[in-house]
Each structure stands twice: as C-alpha cells, then as structure tokens.
Design a protein around this ligand. Structure first.
Ligand SMILES: [Zn+2]
Length: 173
C-alpha cells in the first residue's frame, strides 16, 4: 500500500536490520527509544488471523531473536513486545514492535486497571472460549507430547563462570 509506513520502508530498503523471504526487521527513525525494532511480513496483511500459523510463528521467532539482540547489544533490561494486530480500522500493516527497556527510562506503556464485574468476566470468558476450542483440540495435544522437556534454559545446569556473569549483571543498576 502506498500510504503504508511499513511498505514504504520496505520499498526504500531503509534501516533494514534483517530480511528474509517472509519478513523484515526495520529500525524506525522515530522509534519509542533507540533500538526500537519493527518486525513485519513483507506482504501488507492486517492481522495474525489472516496468515497461516507457520508464518505467524516465524514472525515471533524473528521478534524473539531481535529482542535477544537488543539485550546483548545495548544492555536492555527487558523489552516490551507489542503487536499491532488489525488496529486503525483493521487496515494497518501487521507489526510486532520490539521496544528495548531500561530501568527508569520513563517510557510508559501501562494502563489503569479496570476491575471487571465477576459476572461480566465469566460471560466474556465463556464467549471467547467458544471461539478458541481449536486450541484445546489440536494444539494442546502437541504441547502435551512435549511436557517433559524443559521450557526454559533455567532448568539446565548453569556453569559457574556464567553464574558469576549473571550475578555481576544483577548488580548493574
Ligand atoms: Zn503495508
């Protein structure tokens, strides 16, 4: 789309950090903070629901990897990963924003908690649940098959040298 910021960045091949046949990771000039990365499919699609699962998995795989890159490269303490999924009347280019965060950086992505009425919460939970049955029927079976594998590397033994590095990093304000 001509008026789309992502399609324009792709066409101009500007500030591209990573590119493959499916997606790109671009560093916008007007990011929320230095190191802000946008990961998006090359095709102008609007929502995760519009694309096959293996493509959405790939987008998150790339986003996770660039997030790891900002940890390593600029010493981010964490990231906010925000997905623009069908926003702006459903016309905006599907985008995963990876925003590096540091303690005290002043960025504010928080919202005011809005306590829900418990009946309303139950009703909405039930309504959403009716549309997500496919998760329990198909995906859960695959997950159950791998439930003996450690989900994170934390279950692995940490070598003492690495442990020292982690302790040192913990002390950095
Ligand atoms: Zn676009």
């Amino acid at each position: 789309m001509e008026d789309c910021e992502n399609c324009k960045a792709l066409k101009e091949a500007k500030n591209i950090l990573y590119e493959d046949a499916i997606c790109v990771a671009v560093m916008p000039e007007d990011g929320a903070t230095l190191g802000h990365i946008k990961v998006f499919p090359k095709q102008h699609v609007h929502t995760l629901e519009n694309i096959p699962d293996d493509i959405s998995n790939h987008l998150f795989f790339v986003a996770s990897n660039v997030a790891m890159g900002v940890f390593e490269a600029i010493g981010a303490h964490g990231t906010n990963i925000i997905v623009n999924n069908g926003v702006e009347d459903g016309r905006e280019h599907l985008t995963i924003h990876v925003i590096p965060r540091k303690t005290g950086d002043g960025l504010d992505f928080t919202w005011k908690p809005k306590p829900a009425d418990s009946n309303e919460l139950d009703e909405v939970k039930e309504r959403i649940n009716q549309h997500t049955q496919f998760i329990t029927s198909q995906e859960a079976q695959k997950i159950q098959q791998r439930d003996t594998e450690p989900l994170t590397k934390e279950d692995e033994e940490i070598d003492p040298e690495e442990d020292l590095l982690l302790k040192t990093l913990d002390r950095i304000p």
